[in-house]
Design a protein around this ligand. Structure first.
Ligand SMILES: Cc1cc2nc3c(=O)[nH]c(=O)nc-3n(C[C@H](O)[C@H](O)[C@H](O)COP(=O)(O)O)c2cc1C
Length: 325
């Protein structure tokens, strides 16, 4: 029988399918259902610094006393963080799979404070959901430096594995991943999917775009997984954004991923799809005579193929010059 066991960011997973951070991972019952469905690990819904602050700000507006405002701020923050830590503790007590916490902050001091508490609550690892878009207000290199500063600070504070969930807007992705690896980051997720804006042309208003990814989003994820896997060897990548089938999961591993994060597919098809994906992956491995994932992980990454340009822009010209309607 083929083994689907994998190692990702210092954790041993019984298989590479990881439930990505979302509303599907924000309660103990949902986490237990995902474990029962067969996922190898769960990333909890992110704890957002802004969410906590906006709650305390709303409450603070109703008071004229600075002491009361301070008290409300501290209380709301403790309560939010407390609930999150309770979820980690209860998930750890009830489940056997790794439980990865997730935080999204913008102040460096908050990243380290949350992370310390999360480690103490027993999380197996922490995923940093860094959402930083440079719309021109930061110096050119600011997002890259911010990623490194957060990791540098956290490495001084906690000992559990640190995973960085990357956005797609980094100008030199392999270069930054190399630096994050050197700072002691244990793995990266390629990629997060940020809020998608759209325009309502009747109302002439900005509205929310599609919440879920499409299968066509996967090809870019695959390209960067292959490039980063080739250029930053011996480093763990979780492929995410656009995984909608068992074939995508196999492709992600061939490109160099150690784990595969699922989110939109779980929303759209339900946790039951996990079992089907695992059965099909195992069947494919048997057909291709692979006994374990390491036998084909990265086989088609950037450095293991004869023409790395196949992952690059040169293909663009070929593709469009051959395209016939
Ligand atoms: C409803 C919803 C809520 C999400 N919440 C979070 C979150 O709290 N933290 C986070 O890091 N990512 C969050 N994500 C992003 C997913 O974890 C994932 O990275 C993204 O959807 C791309 O993967 P997919 O193509 O499998 O959906 C959310 C996604 C969705 C659809």
């Amino acid at each position: 029988m083929a083994s689907l066991e994998t190692k990702f960011a210092g954790l041993t997973l019984k298989n590479p399918l990881v439930a990505g951070s979302s509303g599907l991972t924000n309660s103990l019952n949902k986490i237990k259902d995902l474990e029962k469905a067969g996922v190898g690990a769960v990333v909890l819904k992110s704890l957002f610094e802004e969410q906590i602050e906006s709650h305390s700000e709303k409450l603070s507006l109703s008071s004229d006393y600075p002491e009361a405002i301070d008290y409300i701020n501290t209380y709301v923050k403790m309560n939010h963080v407390g609930n999150y830590l309770d979820l980690i503790r209860s998930a750890k007590a009830a489940c056997n799979i790794p439980i990865i916490a997730s935080i999204n902050c913008y102040k460096l001091s908050q990243w380290t404070e949350f992370a310390k508490n999360i480690e103490a609550a027993g999380a197996d690892a922490i995923e940093l959901n860094i959402f930083l878009l440079n719309a021109g207000e930061f110096p050119d290199n600011y997002p890259e430096e911010f990623h490194q500063n957060v990791v540098r600070e956290l490495k001084k504070t906690i000992h559990i594995p640190i995973i960085v969930k990357m956005g797609k807007t980094i100008s030199n992705l392999p270069g930054l991943v190399k630096k994050l690896k050197a700072l002691g980051t244990n793995g990266v997720v390629l990629f997060n999917r940020f809020y998608q804006p759209d325009i309502d042309i009747d109302k002439e208003e900005i509205v929310s775009g599609p919440v879920f990814s499409n299968p066509s989003d996967f090809n870019d994820t695959l390209r960067w997984t292959a490039i980063v896997s080739g250029k930053v060897p011996e480093f763990d990548i979780a492929c995410s954004h656009g995984v909608h089938s068992w074939e995508d999961a196999i492709k992600g591993i061939l490109a160099g991923a150690s784990a595969i994060q699922l989110c939109s597919m779980l929303y759209q098809k339900g946790p039951g799809i996990v079992g089907d994906v695992l059965i099909s992956m195992e069947k494919w491995m048997k057909q291709h005579r692979y006994k374990n994932l390491s036998e084909f992980k990265g086989k088609l990454n950037y450095t293991n193929i004869a023409s790395p340009a196949l992952y690059e822009r040169v293909q663009f010209m070929k593709y469009f010059s051959n395209f016939k309607q």
